[in-house]
Design a protein around this ligand. Structure first.
Ligand SMILES: [Zn+2]
Length: 112
């Protein structure tokens, strides 16, 4: 992982895309390894990192069946649940945070 090429945000080379960008193209990484990463510096926090995949190695998204939609909905519901307070945050909790916005705010208040 340490040897991955790192590009500045918005300076990704042609032929590379993030998972989100692949999805917009109807593609998925398809088992390929991360080819490069983008980093966006942030104040007071580590840089925001996005993984890049090669578009030429991407595969078409498999058609979604009702069972797959159901599995996806269940997985998303679990990812929206805050591990700290067990509320449904209404959005996917970033794995790096592991808590919802309310919990982060409460924690910052305690720290202040
Ligand atoms: Zn919470």
């Amino acid at each position: 992982m340490a040897s991955l090429p790192v590009y500045r945000w918005r300076l990704a080379p042609d032929g590379y895309a993030t998972v989100r960008q692949l999805r917009a193209l109807g593609l998925r990484p398809g088992g390929q390894d991360v080819a490069a990463q983008l980093e966006r510096p942030r104040r007071r926090r580590g840089p925001l990192v996005a993984h890049l995949y090669r578009i030429d190695l991407a595969k078409p998204v498999r058609p979604m069946t009702p069972a797959r939609w159901a599995a996806l909905a269940k997985a998303n519901a679990a990812r929206r649940r805050c591990p700290e307070c067990a509320r449904d945050a209404g959005y996917v909790i970033p794995p790096s945070r592991r808590m919802c916005g309310l919990c982060i705010a409460a924690k910052e208040q305690r720290a202040a």
